[in-house]
Write a protein of this length. Structure first.
Length: 323
């Protein structure tokens, strides 16, 4: 009997040690509602993940003491283990008074493919980041004709939004971009508007699409009424040095405000792609920092540095102002 009890204690201790060793990320505040996609997950509840109360949960749950059998308190959060789930949603409870009590918090706004117009009602949606790996799946893939409205993509999400064709991204807040906030991957027009993006470790908006193979229709990104907060290497990048297909990409950037810091360029454009830039406001901007539009050759090397009034970069000094 003693040996059996000792064995049970050893198993429990080992399981607790493994749980402590897993990297947990905060996803919700006390009082929020959470929905997780995928299997049962060991969720942590406390002021920090270390030493927090844990419980196996799935689907929807309230981030509160009663859910976890924890004592009353305040200022606690819910933590999810990295890589354990396919995605999650978070909303304050008061925003769901009229919602179906089962399933996702906003049913149409789960990570994955979107093929219609979806209003996410301000829900926070995320996955987990794995550094700058280009192969990471996006939180949302927009089929041609799809629209994504009013959503917060959380700070630890991997790739944000992929546009597979003509699509609309409206009222999106990227809390902290892991890989790319949005990527255009097809022909047509991907319109990004009335949104804000923060802390892009690499570039914010990536343009990999090419012209339609049959019609010759270009791949276009139209970015307008968007604010960059925090720091970024590049706000926009046309394909990049690894791009096998060149040409057929067009950018129209209008009414963009930069309140943070850009280290490389506002727009990096591969020759013979084309960018038109109008009405940009940059905090503490001068004529050279940050570069507004850099032209790149086929090897991904800067051809002329900051480029003005050219075939690749259609932008004048009057189009960029400081504040």
């Amino acid at each position: 009997m003693f040996r059996f009890a000792a064995f049970v204690l050893l198993v429990l201790f080992s399981a607790a040690a493994r749980a402590e060793a897993i990297a947990y990320r905060p996803v919700a505040n006390e009082g929020d509602l959470v929905w997780m996609a995928g299997r049962d997950t060991l969720v942590a509840f406390g002021k920090t993940a270390k030493g927090a109360t844990r419980r196996w949960l799935s689907g929807r749950f309230a981030c509160e003491a009663e859910t976890f059998g924890a004592p009353d308190g305040s200022g606690r959060r819910c933590f999810l283990p990295e890589g354990a789930i396919l995605g999650y949603q978070v909303l304050p409870a008061f925003q769901l008074e009229d919602a179906d009590p089962e399933g996702p918090l906003v049913a149409a706004c789960v990570p994955g493919l979107i093929s219609t117009a979806v209003n996410c009602r301000g829900v926070r949606v995320g996955t987990f980041c794995n550094g700058q790996k280009e192969s990471q799946a996006p939180v949302f893939m927009l089929a041609p004709g799809a629209e994504l409205h009013d959503v917060v993509i959380t700070k630890d999400a991997a790739n944000g939004v992929w546009g597979l064709g003509s699509s609309v991204v409206d009222g999106v807040i990227w809390e902290n971009t892991c890989e790319d906030a949005a990527t255009m991957r097809g022909p047509g027009v991907m319109e990004i508007r009335n949104s804000s993006v923060s802390k892009c470790a690499d570039k914010c908006f990536q343009h990999n699409g090419i012209a339609h193979p049959k019609t010759g229709e270009p791949s276009r990104m139209w970015i307008h009424d968007v604010t960059l907060r925090g720091a970024a290497l590049s706000f926009y990048r046309s394909c990049g040095e690894r791009c096998e297909e060149r040409g057929g990409r067009e950018l129209l950037m209008e009414r963009v405000t930069v309140t943070g810091t850009i280290y490389r360029e506002l727009a990096g454009v591969n020759n013979p792609d084309h960018a038109t830039i109008r009405e940009v406001r940059v905090r503490k901007y001068n004529a050279y920092k940050p570069p507004v539009c850099n032209e790149y050759d086929s090897r991904g090397l800067v051809l002329t540095g900051s480029h003005w009034n050219g075939t690749t970069c259609d932008v004048s000094h009057a189009d960029v102002t400081s504040f």
